[in-house]
Design a protein around this ligand. Structure first.
Ligand SMILES: NC(=O)c1ccc[n+]([C@@H]2O[C@H](COP(=O)([O-])OP(=O)(O)OC[C@H]3O[C@@H](n4cnc5c(N)ncnc54)[C@H](OP(=O)(O)O)[C@@H]3O)[C@@H](O)[C@H]2O)c1
Length: 269
């Protein structure tokens, strides 16, 4: 099994899901450029995977909340790697919020979470999409990591859930607009359930690392989904997201309703 892309630029690859999937890509012959803020982690990744036969590894330090820096970063990246055919937007952060104690709600944290999980992705998409479109008719792709929490909110991190729900809606519409335009860019959404990673560590200390499904099991299932061709590989719900969190059930009804509202759109048929 292999991804249909030859070289992937992965944001948020210094730990957790990004690190694990980037490792899997390299092991299966797909080259990667891994991005994050922590240089030592990027160096570790290059050390561990840099000598893999059949795939190359490059690293780049970048903070995606530096919105003004995104155009320069995107152009430099494609100058250095004109063969990049996939961009994987996976960075993210999660913070607790309790509206029963409004004095504890930190608006700067709300803004940072929305900036990291949503607004920065829009800026990155705006810059990277034309660079991928230019490669037509070559098939290219953008992968977004949302969450099962984009479909069903939980109480303790409602702003995080809202940021992922916003991204989910944007992706649904963006994908159909590009389909209408017969674009060479495939829009892919990866929806993880709770997975053991550093995401929960900030709010739950070491206990947070134990939350969710083992990263190894997640990676295998997610990778299999990402390798699927055509429409089947456009939405990749993993484990609990499929049934418990409604992807196979009412989320399908919601997406049908979306097409009903777009009467006249050929892709609604
Ligand atoms: N783990 C779960 O239960 C779960 C469930 C559903 C969805 N997800 C989503 O999966 C994605 C990966 O999360 P994870 O669980 O693997 O968590 P993680 O281990 O904490 O990884 C988060 C990654 O995002 C990067 N990042 C955060 N802020 C950034 C910024 N401003 N600029 C650049 N990179 C930044 C981090 O790199 P640096 O710190 O080095 O910058 C790190 O590589 C996130 O979008 C998360 O919301 C996770």
């Amino acid at each position: 099994m292999q991804l249909q892309y030859k070289k992937v630029l992965i944001f948020g690859a210094t730990s957790g899901i990004g690190w694990a999937l980037a490792s899997k890509f390299v092991e299966t012959g797909t080259s990667v450029v891994v991005v994050g803020r922590r240089k030592e982690r990027l160096d570790d990744f290059a050390k561990q995977h840099g000598n893999t036969e059949g795939a190359t590894v490059d690293t780049a330090i970048f903070d995606i909340t530096d919105l003004k820096g995104i155009p320069g970063f995107a152009n430099d990246m494609f100058k250095k790697h004109p063969d990049l055919d996939c961009v994987f937007l996976n960075s993210g952060l999660q913070r607790k919020i309790n509206w029963a104690e409004p004095e504890s709600v930190d608006l700067d944290t709300i803004e940072l979470e929305m900036l990291t999980n949503y607004t920065a992705f829009m800026h990155l998409t705006k810059m990277f999409l034309p660079l991928l479109q230019k490669q037509a008719p070559k098939k290219t792709g953008i992968i977004y990591t949302t969450s099962g929490l984009a479909l069903v909110p939980i109480l303790y991190c409602s702003n995080y859930c809202a940021s992922k729900a916003a991204l989910h809606h944007m992706i649904l519409a963006m994908r159909e607009q590009l389909r209408e335009a017969k674009s060479n860019v495939k829009i892919i959404e990866l929806l993880p359930p709770s997975v053991q990673s550093e995401l929960h560590e900030h709010e739950f200390c070491d206990k947070g690392k134990q939350m969710g499904m083992p990263l190894k099991d997640f990676t295998e299932e997610a990778f299999e989904g990402l390798c699927k061709d055509g429409k089947e590989g456009e939405q990749v719900p993993v484990q609990a997201v499929k049934d418990m969190m409604g992807f196979n059930g009412w989320e399908q009804e919601r997406q049908k309703a979306m097409f009903k509202m777009w009467v006249g759109y050929p892709s609604a048929d």
